[in-house]
Design a protein around this ligand. Structure first.
Ligand SMILES: Cc1cc2ncn([C@H]3O[C@H](COP(=O)(O)O)[C@@H](O)[C@H]3O)c2cc1C
Ligand SMILES: O=C(O)c1cccnc1
Length: 358
């Protein structure tokens, strides 16, 4: 478990450049496969990226590992979610029992699901299959106080590093970060506003299902909270400690740890995208290791994707989280990888190449 005990600085320093040579070999093979050049579109660019990430001309991405983190949010006291705080802990029990959406999709794609309580307000110590890394019992209400200390932010990131490192140690070739935390679209919207500079009115969505009036109040509350907290846009740890979430910080750690081990990170929706932005802020080299699984219905996600420079694979109008959209997108990575590895070449199949200049 080499990386589980590495510090944040060490993990960031370990993130290497993409392997252009492996990407080039993948590209050359793509050109020889029995299809018009470029005709498999984004599956082609995807497999080139996977070769660059893994350093393997024929990349391996199976099995995937899903690292789910749960944390509570003090800001729910302001009425920013359609659901009560206790749902976070209740859903963690549901994850452990195998009944949540992410459990279904994890089984479908052959992924191991690693569940960590990084900061719920519930006592989940007796729940089998839930790792206890509780940094604190939910964040502070960032409309009134900092969400957590800088040290707590580092501890939550470390819990995420540990989870991804463990999954990779156990064989995972691709990491999908997921989360559960009632109120976390509020924290994520605040972070997205700080990073992108866009207005909270533009970025704020309905989350679990707020009505239009409640959504407007949520946007105004986030705006006031940002004026009070004044996070430094250049300092990811300052952002996390003032307005972040424990599970968001842990996802950031998981993303960093995956990149440090040259594993592709398949991103879920809005919350996960925000965690990826924070990871890029901590180590800019992470960017090339990211693949956006889908476009969430939360309006802030579009701004986050734009900031990351990513075009999502799917748009299924999802707005769930948990890692669900990434898990649903994972089979596309398998298609890309299998296409490169298993298709015949023009030479091997005895098929004539293009007759007119391309
Ligand atoms: C039953 C249930 C299961 C969920 N699974 C993910 N979320 C998602 O919704 C929450 C964020 O939305 P908001 O900021 O509006 O509270 C997060 O927990 C997220 O993972 C869920 C929400 C609910 C209610
Ligand atoms: O896109 C997401 O990650 C999301 C959207 C709504 C609620 N929870 C998560």
């Amino acid at each position: 478990m080499e990386h589980a005990s590495m510090s944040l600085e060490q993990i960031c320093a370990k993130i290497g450049d993409l392997d252009q040579a492996s990407g080039e070999l993948a590209k050359q093979r793509l050109e020889r496969l029995t299809k018009p050049p470029g005709s498999l579109g984004r599956l082609e660019t995807l497999v080139i990226q996977l070769a660059e990430i893994t350093g393997q001309p024929l990349p391996r991405i199976f099995p995937p590992g899903i690292a789910v983190f749960a944390g509570d949010h003090g800001i729910v006291a302001e009425g920013v979610s359609a659901f009560p705080q206790e749902v976070t802990g209740q859903m963690v029990r549901n994850f452990a029992a195998g009944g949540a959406a992410i459990n279904v999709f994890a089984r479908q794609i052959g992924a191991k699901l690693d569940i960590t309580d990084v900061g719920t307000a519930a006592d989940l110590s007796e729940v089998e299959g839930v790792r206890q890394r509780k940094v604190r019992e939910g964040t502070g209400n960032f409309a009134r106080e900092d969400a957590m200390s800088r040290q707590e932010a580092v501890e939550a990131i470390a819990a995420g590093i540990e989870s991804a490192a463990r999954l990779i140690e156990e064989g995972a070739e691709c990491i999908i970060p997921g989360e559960m935390g009632i109120g976390n679209t509020t924290s994520s919207t605040a972070i997205a506003a700080v990073i992108t500079g866009r207005s909270t009115e533009e970025l704020t969505g309905a989350g679990t299902g707020l009505n239009p009036d409640a959504r407007k109040r949520k946007a105004a509350l986030i705006q006031r909270a940002l004026e009070a907290r004044k996070p430094d846009p250049a300092d990811a740890l300052d952002i996390i400690s003032k307005i972040g979430g424990l599970e968001i910080a842990a996802m950031t750690g998981a993303i960093l740890a995956a990149a440090a081990r040259r594993k592709p990170v398949l991103l879920d929706g809005f919350i996960c995208g925000v965690a990826a932005v924070l990871a890029v802020k901590l180590a800019s080299g992470v960017r090339g290791y990211l693949i956006a699984g889908h476009r969430s219905q939360e309006p802030g996600h579009e701004a986050v994707l734009e900031w990351l420079g990513l075009e999502p694979l799917l748009d299924l109008q999802l707005r769930l989280g948990e890692g669900s959209g990434a898990a649903v997108a994972y089979p596309l990575l398998e298609s890309a990888v299998r296409m490169l590895a298993e298709m015949a070449t023009f030479e091997s199949a005895g098929i004539s190449g293009a007759s007119s200049p391309s």
